[in-house]
Design a protein around this ligand. Structure first.
Ligand SMILES: [Fe+2]
Length: 342
């Protein structure tokens, strides 16, 4: 067989195999409604079905989604290239969205609605991605073992008084990397590294799940932890007496560390118009439902938070642009490694 034809057929075969896998993941694609479909690759999967069902009810547009870890979904969009079924990449952590934009996987969207609904610090200055909800990574404590007056900042957890008393997430997780990126932005690398070395010297217990971190804290196997706020929201929803309290970090200064879940339209989105409609809807009409589905703070300041997290009280947030977390992520990873944080 002619080699060009053969390699063409091989490529077609690979493409077909990839498409078949996707069709299995998106089973009812063939039953598209007249308003069409929109396909998402998403790492944020908590409670999204009722949100998408409501969007379909309002617009007639069918929503198909497939879930997976952020990096894997980016790799898939890259590998599928022009033939991708993904219209939207929905991710947690600004660092992931920044990487997708840097690698050319997202296209700019010029939408007045998105620009009005989402504050500038929570979206890409180049309009490749938009924050849709805010999550705050802050201090958590066991109320019988720590008084709130003993707490103040992320930085103060480097004090030797916390030796053997901390529970934290490993360096491999983007939540840790973005927190450290925000400290680099606030202090510069040298000072940020000194702080992280102080944490390491306190020999924190490292657990790669915020839920398990809070459960370990509740069990008294540690006194202070750093986690995202919504994990406590979930545990309190299940058990209002869950024995962990939230403490808003760095209130006297830059404010508590904010991150986002957010989304962008893929470069080769087959259903671009529907994708933009879904993002606009999520930022406005659907914003409350979407934020509440995971006890997150709405990105749209006009929308009220869920009552459980409203009960955490008001607080100051770090106003650092989300784009900085991406820009400083590699520096944060290297810093964590140098400081011996695993
Ligand atoms: Fe999370």
């Amino acid at each position: 067989m002619n080699t060009m034809l053969k390699s063409g057929l091989e490529r077609f075969g690979i493409l077909l195999a990839g498409t078949l896998i996707l069709l299995t993941a998106l089973p009812s694609l063939a039953l598209a409604s007249p308003a069409g479909v929109v396909n998402l690759y998403t790492s944020r999967h908590y409670g999204v079905e009722p949100v998408f069902a409501e969007f379909t009810r309002v617009t007639g547009i069918q929503v198909r989604f497939t879930t997976g870890p952020d990096a894997m979904l980016r790799e898939r969009i890259r590998a599928e290239g022009r033939h991708t079924l993904a219209d939207i990449y929905l991710a947690v952590d600004a660092g992931n969205l920044w990487l997708a934009a840097r690698d050319g996987l997202l296209q700019p969207v010029n939408s007045r609605t998105l620009q009005q609904n989402i504050p500038a610090t929570l979206r890409d200055p180049g309009n490749h991605w938009f924050g849709l909800t805010q999550r705050v990574r802050t201090l958590m404590y066991h109320p019988e073992r720590v008084r709130p007056e003993e707490l103040s900042t992320y930085e103060a957890l480097a004090d030797p008084k916390w030796r053997g008393r901390l529970i934290m997430r490993p360096a491999t997780h983007s939540y840790t990397q973005s927190l450290v990126a925000s400290m680099i932005a606030a202090h510069g690398e040298a000072k940020a590294e000194e702080i992280v070395r102080g944490w390491v010297a306190n020999q924190p217990t490292l657990i790669d799940s915020d839920t398990r971190i809070l459960e370990t804290l509740a069990a008294g196997k540690g006194d202070v932890a750093i986690t995202n706020h919504y994990y406590l929201g979930r545990l309190l929803q299940a058990n209002p007496a869950f024995p962990v309290r939230i403490f808003w970090a760095n209130q006297g200064e830059r404010g508590a560390h904010v991150n986002i879940s957010g989304a962008g339209v893929t470069t080769h989105a087959p259903n671009r118009e529907n994708a933009i409609k879904l993002l606009e809807w999520l930022s406005g009409q659907g914003q409350k439902l979407f934020a509440d589905s995971n006890h997150e703070y709405p990105a749209n300041p006009a929308v009220e938070p869920h009552q459980i997290i409203a009960g955490f009280g008001s607080f100051n947030r770090d106003q650092l642009s989300m784009a900085e977390y991406g820009r400083l992520q590699e520096a944060a990873v290297r810093l964590l490694d140098r400081a011996g944080y695993r």
